[in-house]
Structures are given as C-alpha cells and as structure tokens.
Design a protein around this ligand. Structure first.
Ligand SMILES: *Cc1c(COP(=O)(O)O)cnc(C)c1O
Length: 398
C-alpha cells in the first residue's frame, strides 16, 4: 500500500492538539512543575497559570472567572452538574428533565439517579433531533429541579434552541445545565444571555489535551461536590490540579473562539461540498440531522442495505477515519439511540456514517472521500442480499 496519508474525519470523537497549545503546555511539565497549593515561587507560577486559564475560559463563555471550575473532562463535568444539583436540591424536588439524544455521560448519569429515587423525563426530539421548547415546558412539574439539554448533538450535529430552553427554565426557577462539549468553537456562547446555569466542556474536542475539562457554575447555584478531598478549585473539586492540561485548555479555547464565524465558514464550505457530492453520487442515501441548525463540520448519512461497521473497515483501508451510528462490536447489534430517537428505522440506522470535519482537513481530503466512498458503498451493496432483493438502483423509499 505504501505510505498512505491519513484522512481524519472524526473531529467529534477527538481532535489533534494544536502546536501552539502544546508549546504553551510544555513549561508546566518542566520548569513550572510546582504544586499550586505550595507557597514557594515556582508554585506561584503554577497558580498564576491556572488563574490565567480561568480568565481565558470565562471570556469564551461570557462568564466570570470565579464561575469556572476545572475537571478531568466532559464526562466528569456532566456527572458533577447533574448529580451535584440533584443531591443539593433534593428537598425541593426529585424530578429531572433531559432529552432522549444526550451523550451517555448525561443519559447514564440520569439512569443512575433513577435508581437513587429521582424521576427523569427523557424528552422526545423531532425528525431532525430538535427539542421543542413547548414540549419542555409541558414536562415541568412542581418537583422539577434540573433541566439538562445538550447544546449540540455529537452524532447528528443538531444545535438545540438553548436560549429558549434556558428562558423556560429561568421562568420556572429551575436550574438549567447544558452539555456544550461539541459546541465550543463552533457556536458563539454567552451563558448570561442564554440563561445557562451550568455548562460542561472538554478540551480534547477543541484542539486541547485529553483528560481536561471545565464546568461553568453560575454564582449562587446550589451544588454538591462530586470529588471530595483537598481544598482545590475553591473547595469545590478536590485533587492536585492538572496544570499543563488546564493551561492547554485555556490556550485552546482562546484560539477556537477568536473567530468562530470565519473558521466555521471554512469548515462548512468543505462539509457542504462533501454532503452534496455524496448525496449526488450515492442513491438511497439520506442526510441525518437538521439541514440548517447543525454543527459546521458534521455530516451524518445513512445508506440503505449496508452495515456501518463494514463501511468503516473499508474506509480505514483507504486511510479514512470515520464513525458509525451502528455499534456491533459486542455482537449486540445496537443502533444509535440518537438516530432511533429521530425516528430512523433500525435497519437504516445500521447503515449510518458520521464524517466530522475540522482543522485536520483540506479540500483534497474531500476529493478523496468523494472518490472512495461511492465505491465502498457500491461494493458493500453488491455483497448485500437485501440490496439484491430490493431490486433498487435508484430512488429512495425512506
Ligand atoms: C465527548 C463528549 C463527552 C465526553 O467528554 P470526555 O471529555 O471525553 O469525557 C460528553 N458529551 C459530549 C456531547 C461529547 O461529545
């Protein structure tokens, strides 16, 4: 096969770390290694670096620096927000509202709380993955203490009407959390204007390091700690700080929020050419997610009569990294809960492909995928008994 260039179209799974971010982090592994809780001067360097990253993070969200708490990533932030608010407000009520298409960090946390005596409503979404604000408002009871709805979906890229949902929560004096892990750098965020009380983010989804995240907690929110121990993060999140990671998060969030419209336009242009080309070249294909209200880099498509994982293996053979909505790894053919919630039939969900574009991509990458993907789909369909039986060479019955 020879030296093959990797075409990375899986930016929603994780991103490479920008060189400027790595450069910013390196001194905090070497000369500035002090524990920020100590009092000598190298420790002060560490403390100052954390303070600076807190300012960078706050600025990107329209928050105050003392409303930012660093964590180990998106999963911890989601767990902390949901369990922390649930436990601290138990006397007021035991009802939580979320959506059916959340990331497992939110869904599984809610399912855990159901075992602890909380009641959870999983709001349905429309065919594009949108939560209806009117449906949210109807689900509120006098026991509701928390509403948690993701900012943008990691599989289909749909961007939820966060400001409207937040306004409803505010009107009913209910805390509003959003998992904004996929939104940072793609959508301008202003926690005050959008009525957001808690917001989760994760550095490795926006060209920062893995294992570092943050939770924005609006001043005055009643929340229990998740990690108990030392007095770090103003006594709210114990554990010696991941200084280099925090510095990297700060640098990365500053970089990706510097020019969101300009950067998104560039990614969107590549994505749109890919969508158009794929849908034109491959029959019986359908775009998943909202055509307009979607992340600039997200393309999620279903091809009838084939199976997502075989598609990934053939694409991998061509050096193309992608994802599928069908996870058959454990033999337990389990299609994506997100695609099913949009009403996509199980068989079609199995033939889903997610390509998420970002800074690792060029126009040349789009050319290569446009050349390779139709061949892969055609080859798999040729091997598919379902396709033979359907007698379909064009048209679409979805
Ligand atoms: C990746 C992701 C998470 C989990 O973040 P980690 O930092 O990997 O723990 C949570 N929510 C969404 C929407 C994500 O895409």
């Amino acid at each position: 096969m020879g030296a093959q260039r990797i075409i990375y179209m899986d930016h929603s799974a994780t991103t490479f770390v920008k060189p400027e971010v790595v450069t910013a982090m390196i001194p905090y592994f070497t000369e500035h290694f002090g524990n920020p809780s100590s009092i000598y001067s190298i420790a002060r360097e560490s403390k100052n670096a954390i303070d600076a990253a807190r300012v960078q993070t706050a600025k990107a969200l329209g928050a105050d620096p003392d409303e930012i708490y660093f964590t180990s990533g998106g999963s911890e932030s989601d767990n902390w927000a949901i369990k922390g608010v649930a436990y601290a407000n138990r006397k007021r009520g035991n009802h939580i509202i979320t959506s059916a298409i959340e990331h497992h960090a939110v869904l599984h946390t809610c399912q855990f709380l159901e075992k602890e005596g909380f009641e959870v409503t999983y709001l349905p979404v429309d065919q594009y993955g949108l939560v209806d604000p009117a449906v949210l408002e109807k689900a509120i009871t006098d026991k509701t203490i928390l509403i948690t709805i993701m900012y943008a979906n990691n599989e289909i890229g749909t961007i939820e009407p966060i400001a409207e949902l937040g306004a409803i929560a505010r009107k009913h004096k209910i805390y509003f959390h959003t998992d904004a892990v996929q939104a940072i750098g793609s959508v301008p965020i202003d926690v005050k204007a959008q009525n957001i009380d808690l917001l989760s983010l994760s550095a490795h989804k926006f060209y920062g390091p893995k294992g570092t995240g943050a939770l924005y907690i609006k001043k005055g929110v009643r929340i229990e700690n998740l990690i108990h121990g030392g007095g770090q993060e103003r006594r709210k999140r114990a554990g010696t700080e991941n200084i280099s990671g925090i510095v990297g998060l700060g640098k990365a969030i500053e970089m990706v929020t510097a020019d969101i419209p300009g950067h998104s336009a560039k990614i969107r242009a590549m994505r749109d050419r890919l969508v158009k080309g794929v849908l034109a070249a491959i029959p019986n294909a359908r775009l998943n997610g909202n055509p307009e209200k979607r992340l600039a880099g997200n393309f999620n498509v279903s091809f009838e009569f084939i199976e997502g994982e075989s598609m990934l293996l053939w694409l991998d053979d061509e050096g193309i990294c992608a994802s599928t909505g069908s996870a058959c790894t454990s033999g337990s053919l389990e299609p994506s809960h997100v695609l099913l919630a949009t009403g996509l039939p199980v068989e079609i969900s199995h033939g889903s492909l997610r390509l998420t574009l970002g800074d690792a991509n060029t126009d040349k990458d789009v050319d290569v995928v446009l050349e390779v993907l139709p061949k892969v789909v055609a080859k798999l369909r040729d091997m598919s008994p379902l396709y033979q039986k359907s007698g379909k060479e064009g048209g679409c019955n979805v």
